[in-house]
Design a binder for this molecule. Structure first.
Ligand code: FE2
Ligand code: FE2
Length: 471
């Protein structure tokens, strides 16, 4: 297969080149977008590894150009990226990348991509030779193994000591390793333990080569994780059978692993689609509530964003912040149960009308509770308690301090801040300074003092959101 590596970092490029060439692929390299473009047109590679951060034309733009052309559009492009962040996969896919590998990458990541995207091209091509690493400090042993295996189509690589053996395993990822127990420096047992304790290399079968009568060595080799052992002097037929058997098993395991990987990726995709659908439904439901309340605009979105800033500052986990963000946007969902004539009344409410308004907390909790879904349970809790006050004078239950869930206390502050600074049917928007003063003077009575403190410390971020998402 002809593979193009587009990478300005020569060390990364070298690493990929070695592993690909060893597997019989022909590799071409480009250090920037323009020379990559020229090479693609001249050589039409079968696969491209594309660094995203390139000098001049970046990898995304280059990928878009490749995919837009009928001549090159079918070539799979794998993005190499320094930091794959949430949402990056979507950006890469949009640019036309078929997949991506995050740096620092492991050889295994590259091999996985090769299996995934090289399969179609390699079909019908001759099967690549299995790579056998032989680690021994005695050259004649290496020669004997090479002379036995090479005629059968194996490709052997050698190491003269333990450190070199580990290095070659990490950089070249052989299909199997034959390791002599006695070697200078790091001995064979330690090399084996190292391989077997590393998740990236542990599937490489290891055959330990031991002295004929050393029973201890054999037991130690097995407990170090070796899959098999051979005794010296090496019997050629035994060598051939053991290597062949282990490789057959490895091929089977590799096949299973790549199926598992494929299924896991499918599941992750389904999971993230579901998550996206979830947030979309919540967003639309919160919009439906906003439509009833003509003047509040994006009130729910702003409250959720304020809540997110405070929850982050208070050390909520990433997962909890995400759930709380969505849950808080439904805090007023119970307004569905309040007559529009009261909700939109341009003048002050009578005590009876205010009692009706208060019911939106209970209605909201009823709509959301007992679903068993964590997000909706939290939303129910927030809907019920976002009008409670820490001194016990809030509604609907007059809860005090810590008996009000922290999510309710945070949302209460975010909700009041936003409601006061936007125009309502019965009054104009209040200035931010005046609202902040109100919040400060009610810390410890209406609002949780600690949460007020967090709010004031992050006021700049909160105001950024306020001005970004206009009422
Ligand atoms: Fe409310
Ligand atoms: Fe609200």
């Amino acid at each position: 297969m002809r593979i193009l590596i587009v990478e300005d970092d020569s060390k990364s490029a070298r690493l990929i080149r070695d592993i690909l060439e060893l597997r019989g692929h022909s590799v071409i390299e480009a250090g920037n977008g323009l020379s990559a473009m020229r090479m693609i047109n001249d050589h039409l590679p079968d696969l491209i590894f594309m660094d995203i951060n390139l000098p001049g034309m970046d990898g995304m733009t280059l990928t878009k150009l490749i995919k837009a052309s009928s001549k090159t559009g079918r070539i799979p492009v794998i993005a190499l990226t320094a930091a794959a962040m949430k949402g990056d996969r979507a950006r890469f896919t949009q640019a036309g990348c078929d997949d991506y590998v995050s740096k620092p990458f492991h050889i295994k990541d590259i091999l996985e991509m090769l299996n995934k995207y090289g399969g179609a091209v390699e079909q019908g091509a001759k099967v690549r030779p299995s790579i056998v690493l032989v680690a021994d400090d005695m050259p004649q042993n290496i020669e004997l193994i090479d002379a036995t295996l090479s005629p059968l189509g194996y490709h052997t690589i050698s190491a003269n000591n333990g450190i070199q053996a580990l290095e070659k395993i990490r950089t070249l990822h052989p299909d199997i390793a034959l390791i002599n127990v006695v070697m200078p420096g790091l001995n064979g047992m330690d090399v084996c333990k190292n391989i077997k304790s590393d998740e990236y290399y542990s599937t490489i079968p290891v055959i330990m080569i031991t002295a004929l009568d050393d029973a201890d060595d054999k037991i130690n080799a097995l407990s170090a994780g070796a899959d098999e052992f051979l005794t010296k002097p090496i019997d050629r037929s035994e060598l051939i059978v053991r290597v062949g058997n282990l490789l057959k098993i490895k091929k089977h395991i590799d096949g299973l692993n790549s199926k598992i990987l494929e299924k896991t990726q499918e599941l992750q995709k389904v999971n993230s689609d579901l998550k996206e659908a979830n947030s979309d439904i919540i967003y639309r439901l919160s919009k439906a509530v906003e439509y009833m309340d003509v003047d509040t605009g994006e009130h729910n979105v702003r409250v959720s964003r304020y809540v997110m800033i405070m929850a982050n500052a208070m050390g909520f986990s990433k997962d909890d912040v995400e759930t709380f963000y969505l849950a808080s946007s439904l805090h007023d969902v119970g307004k569905i149960g309040v007559p529009l004539s009261i909700l939109l009344k341009p003048s002050a409410l009578t005590p009876e009308e205010f009692e009706q308004i208060k019911r939106h907390t209970i209605v909201g909790a009823r709509i959301l509770h007992s679903s068993g879904v964590r997000l909706l349970e939290m939303a129910g809790k927030v809907a019920l308690t976002h009008h409670e006050r820490v001194d016990g004078t809030g509604y609907p239950h007059g809860l005090k301090t810590d008996s009000i869930p922290v999510e309710g206390r945070i949302t209460a502050l975010a909700d009041v801040f936003d409601s006061m600074t936007i125009k309502r049917p019965y009054r104009d928007a209040l200035p931010v300074d005046q609202t902040v003063e109100y919040i400060k003077s009610n810390a410890g009575t209406q609002f949780d003092a600690h949460i007020t403190d967090i709010f004031l410390r992050h006021l700049k971020d909160i105001l950024d959101i306020k001005y970004m998402i206009k009422a």
